[in-house]
Design a protein around this ligand. Structure first.
Ligand SMILES: [Zn+2]
Length: 347
């Protein structure tokens, strides 16, 4: 565990560019301007959302990226019940979702009367991607302030697939369940100029291709001939950023329509078993939890207690790592490199 943490939030001394004052309060907590700019960004996004949702579309107003977790389930609820949108729910089954996550997807989409589309990439391919993120530097330090490399690889795949489906089915809006701790303020609402944004993907895509092979392009890119035909790119909106709810309030709302918290996931996930492995790799490499930033923001806003935030990041059951390493097909050498000992019985 980290040697020392901020006295107000939970950021540790290993967090990038952090400094502490003589009261042990971190520079991110001391930065008073940050809160103001977040409020301004939320107000601006609210106005943009109102305008964007004014018109109805056929056959869908929006596609929702639905992981089966509490946040995407609640996003689905907001889209249908608060905004009255006609929704296509989209799930990427990465092979490591908790079995209960599928029950939750079924219950929530059924309760809301929403169509569900599940897509499962090649498991050997996905495992190679996660192994690459665990053993090689694929993403920039700035990206890794908010998210683990493994989760980022998975979410990038979800995003690319969502844009592809939106373009194919002419769906104008993509909704996702990210909160302000997980994304920068300029990503609450934005237009997916896929070609225009190519530069921001270029570096990590090249590294991932080098590690995994050219199959990466089939998953993380959209063919030029498809982009040539695009008249209008879809907007992405993260509706949860416009709400101020405590986690237990979100859980209570989704439980009312049948959602249940899965077992077998760590304190920071409500759907994916692989999160535990990605957290472990991140902490080992960088010295801090990939959830510190997000949870610290909630603590600063008074939406979560510091003790609760700490208990969440400390709930990362290392006894499951060996089984996850089996599931990912890690080699003996990769296991040793990650401090996971020698291969277990199945390898
Ligand atoms: Zn702090």
């Amino acid at each position: 565990m980290s040697s020392s943490r901020c006295a107000c939030c939970i950021l540790s001394s290993s967090f990038p560019s952090i400094t502490f004052d003589d009261q042990g309060v971190c520079s991110y907590c001391r930065d008073q301007t940050a809160g103001l700019s977040i409020d301004t960004a939320i107000e601006r996004a609210r106005a943009q959302v109102k305008e964007l949702f004014e018109h109805r579309h056929q056959p869908y107003d929006a596609i929702v990226c639905n992981s089966g977790g509490k946040d995407s389930s609640y996003t689905l609820m907001l889209a249908v019940q608060k905004y009255g949108l006609r929704i296509l729910s989209f799930t990427l089954d990465n092979g490591f979702l908790a079995p209960a996550a599928f029950d939750n997807i079924r219950k929530v989409t059924d309760a809301l009367g929403v169509e569900q589309l599940t897509y499962r990439p090649s498991l050997p391919f996905f495992r190679r991607v996660i192994r690459a993120t665990a053993t090689k530097p694929i993403y920039r330090e700035k990206t890794l302030m908010r998210i683990s490399a493994g989760c980022n690889a998975c979410i990038s795949l979800v995003n690319t697939m969502a844009v592809r489906i939106a373009l194919e089915k002419e769906i104008p809006i993509i909704l996702a369940g990210f909160t302000l701790g997980q994304i920068p303020t300029n990503a609450i609402i934005f237009r997916n100029h896929f070609r225009f944004l190519a530069e921001s993907r270029e570096e990590s895509l090249a590294r991932l291709t080098e590690a995994v092979g050219h199959e990466v392009e089939n998953y993380y890119d959209i063919p030029g001939r498809v982009l040539d035909r695009v008249a209008s790119y879809p907007h992405s909106v993260n509706l949860l950023c416009l709400e101020t709810l405590r986690e237990e309030e979100i859980v209570a709302k989704v439980e009312a329509i049948g959602w249940r918290k899965p077992t077998g996931v760590d304190g920071c996930s409500s759907n994916c078993e692989l999160n535990t492995f990605n957290n472990y790799v991140h902490e080992r490499r960088l010295g801090f939890s990939p959830y510190e930033w997000e949870l610290s923001l909630l603590v600063r806003k008074g939406l979560m207690s510091r003790a609760e935030a700490l208990s969440k990041i400390e709930d990362n059951p290392v006894e499951r790592l060996s089984r996850l390493a089996d599931g990912l097909g890690l080699t003996g050498e990769e296991r040793v490199g990650l401090g996971l000992g020698v291969a277990s019985s199945r390898a």
